[in-house]
Design a protein around this ligand. Sequence first.
Ligand code: ADP
Length: 542
Amino acid sequence: MLGLMQDWPLLLHKIIDFAAIQHGGREVVSRTIEGPMHRSNYRQIRDRSLRVAQRLKRDGVRLGDRVATLAWNGYRHLEAWYGIVGLGAIYHTVNPRLFPEQIAWIINHAEDRIVFVDLTFVPLLEALADKLPSVERYVVLTDAAHMPATKLRNAVPYEEWLAEADGDFRWAEFEERTAAGLCYTSGTTGNPKGVLYSHRSNVLHSMASTNGDGLHIESADSVLPIVPMFHANSWSLAFSCPMRGAKLVMPGAKLDGASVYELLESEKVTMTAAVPTVWLMLLQYLRQENKRPTTLKLVGIGGSACPPAMIRAFEVDYGIEVRHAWGMTEMSPVGSTGSIKPVVAGLPRETLLALKEKQGWAPFGVEMKITDDEDNELPWDGKKFGRLKVAGFAVSSAYFKGDGGDILDENGFFDTGDVATIDPNGYMQITDRAKDVIKSGGEWISSIDIENFAVGHPDIQEAAVIGIAHPKWDERPLLVVVPKEGRTPQRDDVINFLQSRVAKWWLPDDMQLVKEIPHTATGKINKMKLRETFKDYRLPTA
Ligand code: ADP
């Protein structure tokens, strides 16, 4: 027997409708690329997104068509997203930090018909335009006064283009599983793969990821999403903030410490989210200038592991709660957040700070398991580590156009490519990427663990550990470090330092100094490149 409740489809544009009705005057503040701050609100954003949809329709965009955006976080980008999805078309977020050839590749793979582009990225597209046959028109996210002279096909300034729609329009109607967004993974190995979100998955994910134990957003909040809309679905914040009625503060292109601090204070920000690199810049600025955030209550940190010193700085020095989060593009992206459960709440502060180094626990809607190489499930004892697999309403079931083939195991779980432990209370900790784990004598060594300890050494700025072929053990760890300015870490001293912190057989066989450790387009240590650099290196123990 079926229930007798309404089949109210979970559509993304219903979020902006809701925000306009319940929180119409709630502000959306943007630092524009042109310079000045811009102030709008949810009512205006909704009105203008309706016109985006109407205008796109006039350009011939239909249900299922892909429309790209190559832009910073700002009000026009937000309007473009809602306008695109409200027509049943698909926003394709292009990450400008990818290599130009990759950008061309994904625009062609997506067959984008229209590209919304910020002034910043016009030159980037001009250099590629010859290679982008599917694009019929470029809409530059600016007004006529700031429009650059450009040869981009049918280029128009957004404001003029939008002015040609009168807003007498209704959202399109379709079912909730309709595709809404397309976001490509960085593709550090092989070509990027397209993750295709649906209206339903995005709506459910926004609700689930921003509850009190998650990113914790409510109408009283003023939220600064530094996580870009062009990477990993901006952690859902472009949907969850209007869904919760929170004020939205869009940082544009300026993500340095001083600019971020200025926004935190001037817009009375209470919640913000970004990758650790951004927080390093902010913390450095706060220390240099002897300043402190006065309204910020919660900071979401994820994308790569949050260093212990960063957790301590926010929580102890500034009294701001850290929510360490883990996830990936394929998970919409939030897979876990590290709030303190009642079962551990009474533990000493130091223990809780250490607990926050873990990547947190999975909310409703995300199922997790860890497995060994034979696909046997491993216990949640906080010690055994294995491949982390997930299932849920906002987890990919396949890549766009079937790339990569079948990506689920027989029980419908997706292999994240991460290696993790899960403790008896459900707290998961990433110990490595599966391809970076070091296999020594049939056992696994976690490169991330060693790196985390190594950066605690007073002479070390950054550390990376890679596996090097060894005749007896298969692989042994090599520690690669960037020294702190003016320091020269010594191999034996560092190994000594690690001795009390990791198991003896985990100790690196050698250490090498480098000026710089390579990073991927999204700021992660590029181990593939590092392994390439050290491909001719031989361990002294070999
Ligand atoms: P990209 O590789 O393009 O940055 P993703 O954002 O999808 O794409 O990257 C997801 C990966 O980032 C995860 O599989 C994991 O390896 C890593 N990651 C994300 N959050 C964390 C975290 N809090 N700690 C450690 N690793 C993380």
